[in-house]
Design a protein around this ligand. Structure first.
Ligand code: NAD
Length: 241
């Protein structure tokens, strides 16, 4: 399905990013995954069957640009980029600290933007490519106690919608996935009651797995999705927030 394609996944050391790196590698792509910590990135790359694991903090625009250019140069091209790196910290409105706003927006919004910009530059030469960014059901509908995260993920969805409009004529597709509640380290802080409440509101009656999201991303970056761009695909078991 992805034989001969070169793919980059940010934040690929665990959770959805790791499952995505594995799914793309299993489909035949040459995968480079990144993580903030080089040793963890290398370990994850070996576990996922990826070609390499590199250190990258997506808040550093210059580092993102240099790494993406380097990957494209080393492999001769870059076909697929998954801007997955992201953070989530809950805070009620009255408890929101400036630092939380800064770290969330610089990681989720600016980090995604840097990655999409660098990907577009690398893909422009061949006039083909597929980018997926990680939005969230929370960004589409809002969630009490998650105003900062929700705002950041609404921005991520609109990075996909806008970049898709700008890059379509260059043969580059940009889509977002909007997961519901997926069982990863990011959601490990949820109480059993909160998990049960979410499952109760989910028609498919369970939390999502990283593979549920990875499989949808693998479809979106494949040629099977060649006429799909600018979409925000819910992967949420039908969850109604
Ligand atoms: P996770 O916490 O398990 O993994 C996040 C990854 O991003 C980690 O590898 C982490 O090291 C990396 N990361 C964080 N900040 C980074 C930075 N500045 N530079 C580089 N890497 C960085 O989370 P996950 O559940 O796998 O989430 C992956 C993505 O999916 C995130 O963008 C998240 O917001 C989104 N998402 C998750 C859920 C969910 O329920 N788990 C739901 C909706 C959206």
């Amino acid at each position: 399905m992805l034989d001969g394609k070169v793919a980059l996944v940010t934040g690929g050391t665990r959770g959805i990013g790791l499952a995505t790196a594995r799914a793309l590698a299993e489909a035949g792509a040459t995968v480079v995954l990144t993580g903030r910590d080089e040793a963890k990135a290398k370990e994850a790359a070996a576990a996922a069957g990826a070609a390499s694991g590199l250190a990258l903090d997506v808040t550093d625009a210059k580092a993102v640009s240099t790494l993406v250019r380097g990957v494209a140069k080393e492999h001769g091209k870059l076909d697929i980029v998954v801007a997955n790196a992201g953070i989530m910290e809950d805070a009620l409105l009255g408890m929101i600290r400036e630092e939380l706003v800064d770290t969330t927006l610089s990681t989720n919004v600016a980090g995604t933007l840097h990655t999409v910009q660098a990907a577009a530059r690398a893909m422009m030469r061949k006039k083909t490519g597929a980018i997926v960014v990680l939005a969230s059901i929370v960004g589409e509908h809002g969630s009490a106690g998650q105003t900062v995260y929700a705002a950041s993920k609404a921005a991520v969805a609109n990075i996909a919608r806008s970049a898709a409009k700008e890059l379509g004529r260059s043969g580059i597709r940009v889509n977002a996935v909007a997961p519901g509640v997926i069982d990863t380290d990011l959601t490990s802080g949820l109480s059993e009651d909160a998990k049960a409440e979410n499952i109760g509101k989910t028609p498919l009656g369970r939390l999502g797995t990283p593979e549920d999201v990875a499989n949808a991303i693998r479809f979106l970056v494949s040629d099977d999705a060649s006429f799909i761009t600018g979409q925000v695909l819910g992967i949420d078991g039908g969850l109604v927030l």
